[in-house]
Every structure is written in C-alpha cells, then in structure tokens.
Design a binder for this molecule. Sequence first.
Ligand code: SAH
Length: 276
Amino acid sequence: MISPQRYFRESGFRAKKSLGQNFLIHAETVKKIADWADLREGETLLEIGPGLGALTEVLLARGFLVVAIERDRQLYAFLQTHFKERPCLRLLHDHALKINYADLFSHESPAHIVANLPYSISTPILERWIESRELFPRIHLLLQEEIVERIIAPVNSSDYGRLSIFVQTYYESHRGPKIPRGSFFPEPDVESRLVSLVRRDPPLVQDEIAGAFDDLVRRIFRHRRKTLRNSLRSRSLSPAQIEEILRSLNLNAQSRPETVSIQDLVRLMRALKGES
Ligand code: SAH
C-alpha cells in the first residue's frame, strides 16, 4: 500500500479540504472495510474517490471489476500510472455528483458501491444513488459518524429525519464499526464509521407515490418542533379535517414529526389524498 505521508513528501502534494481528502494509512483498516462490505464473487464495484488507491488495490486483488471515479486531476494521473495495464479497473476522471451513472451501469449489470467518501458531498451523493437505486443493490460506505447516525436512526430518536426516512424507505441500513481518526492522513476533524445499505425489493413506498411521499416528509420535517397538526395546515383542509384524519390513523395531533414511522407517514399521505 502506498504511504500517503511519503507520497505527499515526495510529490509536494497537499490535501485539499474542499475535496475531503483524508487518506487511509493502515493496511488493516483497508482490509477491515473490504471485509465489512458484503461482496460476492464476480461483482462489479463502484468506488468514489480512490485517492491513492488503497482500497482499489485490495478490491482488485480480491478479483473484482472496479469502476473508480476520481475528481482530483493529480491523483487521477497518479492512479493511471500506478494501475497501468490492470484490465479489471476502469478509472474515470469525473465528478461523482455530475456523472451519469446510467451510462455505466444498468438494472441488468448493476454495481455495488464501496467507498471512503469525501464527507462534504456524502448526503447529496447518497440521494443521487438512491434516486438511481435500480443500479445499486448494495452500498458500503465510510462516512462521518453523525451522518451514519442520521441514516440509521429509528423513529422516536433525535436523529430521525428526512435523511433516515429517505434512505430507510429504499434500503435496509446497518451500522458498522467505527474507524478512528488516527487511521487517516491528514486526520479528519470528525469521527468516522462504516455503514451498509441493502436495497429493499420492494421498497416501503412504491415508485408511483414516491414524489408525493417526499413532499409530505419535507413539509412535516421543515420545522421539527412544530406539531403534526400545525405542519399539515393547508388551504385545502380545515384544522378540524386534519384533526379528524390524524385521529382516524391513531396519530396524536400534538406529536412532533420524529414520532411518526415511515409506515404511518405512508398512511397519512394516503389519508390526506382522500384514499383511505
Ligand atoms: N479512498 C481513498 C481517498 C479518500 S479521500 C482512501 O480511502 O484513502 C476522498 C477522495 O475523494 C479523494 O481522493 C478526493 O480527491 C475524491 N473526491 C472528492 N470529491 C470528489 C468528487 N466529487 N468525485 C469524485 N471524487 C472525489
């Protein structure tokens, strides 16, 4: 494995904070990440931000086909030389938020994601992947610990919110081990943890109603401290009608959004549309 400290020294490279560049420095940590990921023989993997190729190397050594997207020009050039003539690696110099994943993968030839993500873009990138979920059956990530807590948060917990609901609607989420700060160079300002997402087939919300569901979740969670009754206030329904709908679903009009499960949100959405 390439030593990031040594590469920095010899090439004059300086980590860019804006690109979330914190490189793994211990071979055991890289192995731990690859072991944690539930990967099966012959699968195609997608890695975002290969950096100096620590994880890429292990994934290739285990016989996987790897598509790796690196945004940093200098690191991309380094990787091109370092992994020259490795037919199982497809290296792309691109932006993970802008690339069109449907050009690379399809429902019939999906990719499993394994990555130590740049933390600054982890939420938008996760949203993009979930929107293209037919391409990504399993996602294994090293993320900032707070984001992992928000992803996996169950109903009735302080971290439960839009991100938890969006991810859990489409993926089962599993909290992985913590990776200490000292495992990176330079050391990040935040704690890191692994998380695994396994696609639900079918999802908790069917595709036909996904847009309306997301609208409702946004509306309810815009003001976390508002009661359900207040956040559902609208021109088309009177307060009495809203109370009646909530009562019919056994939901307390005074309760806060974090007490409503995904299943109850679906029932609420249907009732508001007059479908129940
Ligand atoms: N995987 C490596 C590096 C992690 S640091 C390791 O674990 O050691 C995050 C990496 O993501 C860096 O290489 C950074 O250049 C890259 N990166 C940052 N923003 C990106 C983007 N939008 N698209 C692709 N790669 C990006």
